[in-house]
Design a protein around this ligand. Structure first.
Ligand code: SF4
Ligand code: MG
Length: 315
């Protein structure tokens, strides 16, 4: 059993029009100890919903999430079960995820109190700050006194204080400038290597994903369409959508962003296309694709994809 195991997860919510949107439509994810698993896809594909449901911040409409062998309980009014506190989340926006009225040392001390129950490895606020490359002497300052990159380090220190075994990071570098992005990505890589935490790294920045993720998972319109060791995925994607995304990072702009030039628009998630959800945009679609949904299945050992023609793409 994996450290974090998401099985056939569904997340639904009511959209602006009142219609029900299935943001996550039956997804599986596995994160192992000491592993970086990236979850990539265009904005609005359901990545954040999946991440939030994985840590219990939103209630799934179906399926299950297991962390360290126990079901993840959605966080309602009940206090979080102690074991589940070792599953932490880091958010995109360090400006809004830190309470502006409390000195950062207090925010980190909250995490340490959580960890005290099971004898966490980091014992003091200063140790947590130093672990993320900040000075122990800044604990009495407030979040607004720091840059974006420093704030994200503080948010990571707060997560580390709870002695996590797994961290779900939702676009943790997207709000930062390029140099802060690289240094936060490096920090995450170091922490995974040193502390053996599992990291689910949700991102649309493929150049960073390519550099840091052990396994890359590609999501399209609420579904996982491919999962593979990152090297294998970049060498030869098995799904036409992954191929489109990866094609994008070799563009001369070198931005490593998702493309605007995949054919067609992202379909309305309220009424996803029948058959393969990607078929209206897929350059190699066949008749079958419009009527039969491809199963997410093993295509070669260690690789999974949801495409009727995946074997042809790998051949
Ligand atoms: Fe394209 Fe068909 Fe594969 Fe979907 S199943 S990605 S439409 S080839
Ligand atoms: Mg998002």
């Amino acid at each position: 059993m994996s450290l974090l195991e998401v099985r056939n997860l569904f997340v639904r919510y009511r959209g602006h029009s009142g219609a029900v949107v299935t943001a996550v439509a039956g997804c599986d994810i596995d994160v192992e100890e000491g592993q970086i698993v990236a979850l990539v896809g265009e904005s609005g594909c359901g990545k954040s919903s999946l991440g939030k449901a994985a840590v219990g911040l939103i209630s799934p409409a179906g399926g299950s999430v297991t962390f360290d062998g126990a079901p993840v309980e959605p966080l309602g009014r009940k206090a979080r079960p102690p074991a589940q506190r070792r599953l932490q989340m880091v958010f995109q926006d360090p400006f809004s995820s830190l309470n502006p009225r409390r000195p950062i040392g207090d925010l980190i001390a909250d995490g340490l109190r959580v960890a005290a129950g099971h004898g966490g490895t980091l014992r003091s606020v200063g140790e947590c700050l130093e672990r993320v490359g900040l000075s122990a002497g800044i604990a009495d300052r407030f979040p607004h006194q720091f840059s974006g990159g420093q704030r994200q380090r503080i948010a990571i220190a707060r997560a580390l204080a709870a002695d996590p075994r797994c961290i779900v990071a939702d676009e943790p570098i997207s709000a930062l400038d390029a140099s802060a992005q690289a240094s936060i990505a490096n920090l995450l890589v170091d922490l995974v290597a040193d502390l053996r935490v599992g990291l689910l790294f949700i991102s649309h920045d493929l150049s960073i994903v390519r550099r840091i993720a052990d396994v890359t998972t590609v999501m399209y319109l609420g579904k996982i369409v491919e999962r593979a060791p990152s090297e294998a995925l970049w060498a030869r994607p098995a799904h036409p959508y992954s191929r489109g995304l990866i094609g994008a990072i070799t563009e001369p702009d070198g931005e490593g962003r998702l493309p605007d030039d995949l054919p067609g628009d992202v379909p309305d998630p309220v009424a996803p296309p029948p058959g393969c959800r990607f078929h209206p945009r897929c350059p190699i679609a066949i008749e079958r694709c419009a009527v039969e949904e491809p199963a997410f299945r093993a295509i070669v050992p260690g690789r999974m994809a949801a495409c009727h023609l995946a074997e042809t793409l790998l051949a």
